[in-house]
Design a binder for this molecule. Structure first.
Ligand SMILES: Nc1ncnc2c1ncn2[C@@H]1O[C@H](COP(=O)(O)OP(=O)(O)O)[C@@H](O)[C@H]1O
Ligand SMILES: [Mg+2]
Length: 265
């Protein structure tokens, strides 16, 4: 499938966030901004990481991308159309992997992995088969009927990855997806995730506080200030993860920008 092109020949971005603003009313009646005039675009098939201080409105942005929250001003376009229309017409084609696993404790790994497909109205036999294929792909062939309580944290996160990929999503959102895991498990899971992701023609938005993760997974890093606004974009060369000099340079730059953009407490 080809992205639509404008008369000028430039492809319509997969995702376009334009002058987004979102505030929340606090208990004391004051409005606090979570997103402040945020604009950026993501091309189809791109892997874009978002890093920024805690409380910078990153998770609120992902809620807005899923159509769960609405902006106060500005707009979010998917394939050039308002996100609300996309979400209504293409149910379950934007998926999210959270830090905590959010599996339903009473459902097997297979049924958990099939939840997105169920939302899409896929018939039971087909959704079980598709979910089973994804559990095979994430290395959980022998655990399809296991309950979440019978799985380790890493295995539960593998079920979440299967659940996010099973509906054949066009946009996958990661929200600190590997942050709750120990280093060894997180490193293996990131590698396996990347291998699976690269076999799909999907677009990825990866919120992470790990700059190493951003360098490993992303083509481009967006550095957010708090409230969410774009402070800088850093291109990640494909060899950056292996080349210590390049990755150290990117890390220094990102840390400097995050420190400069943190909300004054
Ligand atoms: N439902 C809500 N009601 C009030 N304030 C909220 C709500 N959701 C988020 N916020 C506020 O929005 C800001 C951004 O939160 P969040 O997106 O969770 O940050 P992070 O970048 O760490 O993911 C925070 O100040 C938070 O307190
Ligand atoms: Mg968050």
């Amino acid at each position: 499938m080809f992205a639509a092109t404008s008369a000028a020949g430039t492809a319509t971005p997969k995702l376009s966030v334009e002058h987004a603003r979102k505030s929340f009313r606090q208990a004391n009646g004051a409005d606090v901004a979570a997103i402040a005039d945020l604009s950026f675009t993501v091309r189809a098939g791109e892997y874009v990481a978002i890093v920024g201080p805690t409380g910078a409105g990153k998770s609120v942005l992902l809620d807005c991308l899923l159509g769960l929250k609405t902006l106060d001003a500005g707009q979010i376009l998917i394939d050039g159309r308002p996100v609300q229309n996309f979400v209504r017409e293409k149910k379950g084609h934007i998926t999210r992997i959270f830090q905590e696993d959010r599996l339903l404790p009473w459902l097997s790994a297979n049924d958990n992995a099939a939840i997105g497909l169920q939302m899409q109205g896929v018939a039971e036999k087909e959704r079980r088969a598709t979910a089973a294929r994804w559990l095979d792909a994430v290395g959980l062939s022998s655990f399809k009927e296991a309950l979440p309580s019978e799985l380790s944290g890493g295995m539960r996160q593998r079920v979440n990855i299967a659940r996010a990929f099973a509906p054949d999503p066009e946009l996958v959102l990661l929200d600190e997806a590997f942050s709750a895991l120990d280093d060894v498990t997180a490193t293996r899971l990131r590698q396996d995730f990347k291998t699976l992701a690269q076999a799909q023609s999907t677009t990825f938005l990866i919120v992470t506080h790990s700059i190493d993760e951003a360098i490993f997974l992303a083509d481009r890093i967006l550095v957010f200030g708090a409230p969410a606004r774009l402070m800088a974009e850093i291109a990640v060369p494909s060899r950056a993860f292996e080349d210590r000099a390049i990755s150290d340079q990117i890390k220094d730059e990102v840390r400097r920008l995050i420190a400069a953009g943190a909300r004054v407490q």
